[in-house]
Design a protein around this ligand. Structure first.
Ligand SMILES: [Zn+2]
Ligand SMILES: [Zn+2]
Length: 812
């Protein structure tokens, strides 16, 4: 049967049809098919403490009984136990906190509830859900940057269910706590929704905002119960306890029903040589002398922006996803494609629209793009059209991952591994309406981690998802947070315990710096104004990208990436439009750009140095050493290359005059003795290429073990390092003070390096490609790289590492 039908095929049939696009079974892009069985739902009776009006309101919504996990978490919260509910997408986590919170508001006319979400959109959705219940006297209200002054006043006086975000808490509610005294005194519950979003540096800041909230609430006599909701994650109790600073009990047994899911791993085929772009000659560093050290600065540019520049070895994942989306829609299957970047989502939607219109004129109208930043009305319209079947396909960024309620999907295409298994399952969980069978397909991008995963399904299936990593002990987070706390109320000796073991030393340091003052009653903030602390970064103010002709602000770039992305002459992509930077003004934090379409791209070159400040822990394995410690990273963007679009031919190299950037952070590194490398068959002249290639792949595989992506970390490899006096590979957190990533890598080093070795060894390319050892963010133009010798380096390390205990260096 050809053309459009209204009946969707089952997942097996659809998969069969998708597979039929390739000629022979041997060429099949499907590397693995996993069947995730269906699960019946298990309901529990309404807990006997449920307020009758609350129960009636839910019943009127068609909820006749809670699922077991909802009832279990709700009852723990009702009894005053801090609880985190960590279950899958669409398992009804909201009910678990709404039940105790609303029952409490009904039973105690004075009680109040504070709800926190990572995004404004989610808080708005929650508000609507609560309003819809039609309960008397709940007085829900959202409080965010857009809330008018008079409305804030009303919320302070009368609000009982206040929905806000950590930024508002940090910037407004806590510093102005005196005006919130009535609300805080009566605070019974703090709901932290989608709490897995609080990770890395941001998560560490939020952890202290919550500690400040507990401290301030206690001053008004309140000790609220925390109720957290999380996507499925490893060790949810540990992560939630670290986030809140209180001991949290986890409920993880998901009792909501699910249809079976067929999950396929899909590797786009290699392009025939005549279709592949010619391999650009690997350039020599022209202006800066090639050093033995190769470095990779951390930046956060749009991954898909690299698509045009990276040598195409396989069909691009975007194109492959667009084709799969097209086929699925032609088959009448309601399909959502997740794309990592906004531009990618627009591109996939456009490509699918074009092919659909070619197949059946007008069919292209049934696919749309969806991303964060859309207006609420537009989102509602898309959600409605998808539910009604007017829309059959959607290409979306992960804006849909958090909370937004989309029902009625048969299939999910995931273009590129989303970085964590938790996200992968969250996205895959979008498919499957009303218990029907669902299809999920992970389409691998041309990078080491994706390639590794489609060939190692055991790394995805039947494994626990990652723990959410955050580090409230980071002094670069804790110091500023202690200042905020001192501004809100003097810090007493008893308070210090709340902020963790590093707090006593840090307050003394802040006193020595003249920021805090010690008095008998505690530590005081000495300045007139409020401390200026940004929750979403510790690297200073972002650089604004401004179009000179119009004065329009296009966006911002974090300061760590600004030198490499916005130097004078840089080609800068913004939502698919190309700009050229006229001037980067670092003192004003502005880059002036103009729209232009040059036929070249630019690649910044940097010189990076790492020096070891101290070792926290190490493993001494004879010729191999593994270390965790504090390092100083200095890096300077020194020049950039212009390369011809398409061919990658180097046009010229131009010098830049930018200051050195300094970063004190945490690193994991390994050393191998030259003798061991030679014994493994690596010639000394090949040390730099071997180590550099191992470093690249190691960074690429890093997200396998820590909840970060490769843009959160940097690396450096060198054939002889001044501090270690040996061939060394460093990988460091790209945030001041570290974000917990290197600790994770150190703790799971054998697993991490083994996967890295496998990723390189199993890649079919000859001398290195983006799927194994090339890096899209190499500060050295991917030179030198030696793929076969990288395997020898890692084999040597792995042979020495297992079963040797870590040690802590004696204090000096
Ligand atoms: Zn390769
Ligand atoms: Zn590199």
């Amino acid at each position: 049967m050809q053309g459009v039908t209204s009946t969707a095929f089952g997942p097996a049939e659809l998969l069969h049809r998708l597979r039929a696009r390739v000629s022979s079974e041997a060429d099949s892009p499907i590397t693995h098919v996993e069947r995730v069985p269906s699960r019946p739902g298990r309901v529990a009776p309404w807990p006997d403490w449920t307020g009758p009006s609350v129960r009636d309101a839910f019943t009127a919504q068609g909820i006749t009984a809670p699922w077991e996990h909802q009832a279990a978490a709700a009852t723990l919260a009702w009894e005053g136990t801090h609880v985190v509910l960590a279950t899958g997408t669409a398992s009804g986590k909201s009910l678990a906190y709404q039940l105790p919170a609303l029952s409490t508001l009904a039973a105690d006319p004075k009680a109040t509830v504070l709800y926190l979400s990572p995004t404004k959109a989610l808080a708005a959705d929650q508000l609507r859900a609560i309003v819809r219940l039609g309960l008397d006297d709940v007085r829900p209200a959202t409080l965010d940057g857009d809330t008018a002054r008079e409305e804030r006043e009303w919320i302070r006086q009368h609000g009982r269910f206040v929905l806000t975000n950590p930024d508002m808490l940090h910037h407004s509610l806590l510093p102005g706590h005196a005006r919130w005294g009535v609300f805080l005194r009566r605070l019974r519950y703090v709901v932290v929704d989608e709490c897995h979003a609080y990770r890395g540096v941001f998560g560490s800041h939020v952890a202290h905002v919550l500690r400040r909230l507990r401290r301030v609430a206690a001053r008004y006599g309140a000790t609220p119960t925390f109720v957290l909701a999380s996507a499925t994650s490893g060790d949810p109790a540990g992560s939630a306890s670290r986030l809140t600073g209180v001991s949290v009990t986890a409920v993880t047994a998901d009792a909501s029903p699910r249809g079976a899911t067929t999950f396929a791993l899909w590797e786009p085929p290699l392009l025939p040589p005549e279709l592949a772009d010619p391999l650009p000659a690997l350039p020599q560093a022209a202006s800066s002398p090639p050093t033995s050290a190769a470095s990779d600065f951390s930046d956060s540019s749009d991954l898909s922006g690299q698509d045009a520049e990276v040598i195409q070895v396989r069909r691009s994942a975007l194109r492959e996803t667009a084709d799969l989306l097209t086929d699925a829609i032609v088959n009448g299957t309601r399909t959502l494609a997740f794309i990592r970047s906004r531009r990618g989502a627009e591109v996939v939607a456009a490509m699918a629209r074009r092919s659909l219109d070619e197949a059946v004129p007008g069919l292209g109208d049934r696919v749309a793009a969806y991303r964060g930043g859309y207006l609420r009305e537009d989102r509602r319209e898309i959600e409605r059209a998808l539910l009604s079947g007017e829309l059959l396909g959607l290409a979306s960024t992960n804006a849909l991952e958090l909370g937004v309620d989309l029902a009625g999907l048969d299939a999910v295409l995931i273009c590129g591994y989303p970085g964590t298994r938790a996200s992968l399952w969250q996205q895959a969980g979008r498919a499957g309406r009303a218990g029907n069978e669902a299809l999920a397909v992970l389409v691998a991008r041309d990078d080491p981690l994706d390639t590794y995963l489609v060939h190692h399904p055991e790394a995805l299936f039947g494994r626990e998802v990652e723990a959410t990593v955050l580090d409230p002990g980071n002094p670069y987070v804790l110091g500023p947070q202690l200042c905020c706390a001192a501004f809100e109320a003097p810090i007493t000796r008893d308070d210090l315990e709340l902020f963790g073991p590093a707090a006593p030393r840090l307050v003394e340091q802040l006193v020595a710096e003249g920021v805090l003052r010690r008095r008998p009653s505690g530590w005081y903030w000495t300045h007139r104004g409020r401390p200026d602390v940004d929750l979403r970064g510790t690297g200073g103010s972002p650089v604004a990208v401004v179009e000179s002709a119009t004065g329009r602000l296009l966006g911002t770039v974090d300061p760590a990436s600004s030198h490499a992305m916005l130097h004078d002459g840089a080609v800068y992509l913004h939502q698919g439009v190309t700009y050229v930077v006229d001037e980067l003004d670092l003192s004003d934090g502005v880059a002036l750009v103009r729209q232009e379409e040059p036929d070249w791209t630019t690649h910044a070159r940097d010189v990076t140095d790492v020096s070891v400040v101290g070792v926290r822990s190490y493993v001494d394995a004879g010729p191999v050493g593994l270390f965790l410690g504090d390092v100083d990273v200095s890096s300077q963007v020194v020049s950039y290359q212009r390369r011809r679009l398409g061919s990658g031919e180097v046009i010229d190299t131009r010098p830049l005059d930018l200051p050195v950037r300094e970063l004190r952070t945490v690193a994991v590194w390994f050393t191998v003795s030259p003798e061991a490398l030679i014994a493994a068959g690596v010639r000394p002249t090949d040390f730099p290429g071997a180590l550099h290639a191992a470093e690249h792949a190691g960074i690429g595989l890093f997200p396998l073990i820590a909840t970060c992506d490769r843009w959160d970390i940097g690396g450096l490899s060198t054939a002889n390092h001044a501090d270690t006096e040996a061939p060394t590979v460093f990988v460091y957190d790209g945030h001041p003070g570290g974000a917990g990533f290197s600790e994770r890598a150190y703790a799971t080093a054998a697993e991490w390096l083994r996967a890295t070795r496998e990723a390189i060894a199993s890649c079919v390319c000859e001398s290195g490609c983006p799927s194994c050892v090339q890096s899209p963010k190499c500060g050295n133009g991917n030179h030198p790289l030696n793929k076969p010798d990288a395997v020898k380096v890692l084999d040597t390390v792995l042979a020495a590492l297992p079963s040797i205990p870590a040690q802590t260096p004696p204090p000096e």
